[in-house]
Design a protein around this ligand. Sequence first.
Ligand code: SAH
Length: 392
Amino acid sequence: MRSITLRPEAHRRLLFGHPWVYSNEIVMDAAAKTLPPGGVVRLLRADGEPLALAFFNPHPLIAARVLTRRVDQAIDAGFLAARLTRALGLRERLYDRPFYRLVHAEADGFPGTVVDRFGGLLVVQVNSAGMELLLPALLEAIDRVLSPDTVLLRCDSSTRALEGLAPYVKLAKGHLEGLVELEENGLRFLADPAGGQKTGWFFDQRDNRAVVARLSAGLSLLDLYSYAGGFALAAASAGAREITAVDRSEPALNLAEKAAAMNGFQDRCRFRRAEAFEELERLGAQGTRFGVVVADPPAFVKSKKELKQGARGYRKLARLAAAVVEQSGFLFIASCSHNMPVEEFERQVARGLVDAGREGRILRAAGAAPDHPVHPALPESAYLKSLLLQLD
Ligand code: SAH
């Protein structure tokens, strides 16, 4: 195994539990620069003391991603299977049914790797060159621990480019035809793992959907950025009176509409293909109001450079959405932007409410469900933020 030496003092963060080493913290000599992207290396302190085994990639800013502090550990299918068993044990404790995020990257000990489970189908998203090289071992580990019917490699995230990886979508095992069914909070939904967004379903909002649904009984609800109807149908099931789901994607709305019919909610649900801001302006102007408004948009801030503009987007969304909430009604607003700090998000929402001339109170601030654990040294990886408010 090759070794990589850290600059003096660069080991400190590692000793505090951080799992990454940045490229400027490494002695980037000719040997290091020519190592193949993603290979497993031994990380050495400046004095030569071995600290950890890590994926190494000389090109991106995050040059090393720690796999284990046991420097004599073999990195193979057995190692990955043990981690997978731990991850599975946690999810089986959390949930009765086999529909969840099974692996959430660093927090589960799988650098840059996500696995979502839809019963016998696993959808794997690899975003690090290290795991891309280890893919045969990962697939073997998956087979040993879960023996799934189908494994889909949904490796088309734009973040792969940072690691020098090309995008692809490919079946690694079994067959997959179109849509799959999943269960969440006792409801049936439809996802399109090969063609839909990300891995096909946003498991992260599970708990937030349940909380919003409970408040919605007897009220009308507007679900903006509805995707496959996660919030809309949860609310319908909890007794919401009339539900309007809005998304600009026709395929997404088709999933939501089919799932509404599957659950017998079609009479109370309407689906509207529209741009969210335009639809809010239209509804606001015609005086339509809702008991509950849900706004769960795609990431407005895709990089640090976009922070200012993205912040304005959240403020505008809060303003337009608040304007169509009935008196004493509720607003749920979320941000899934990694690069949007939670305090900044909350400040922008507060400003948007003032812009709309509304007052109210925060009932709950919450992140993702616990099948999306957070690495203790990477609090910023808790990407999902949300506020639930009542407005006067
Ligand atoms: N709320 C969903 C997840 C939303 S994902 C859930 O609970 O699962 C973001 C969604 O926003 C996608 O379905 C995408 O098609 C939609 N979208 C993106 N930009 C939009 C826009 N400008 N107007 C309306 N919908 C948009």
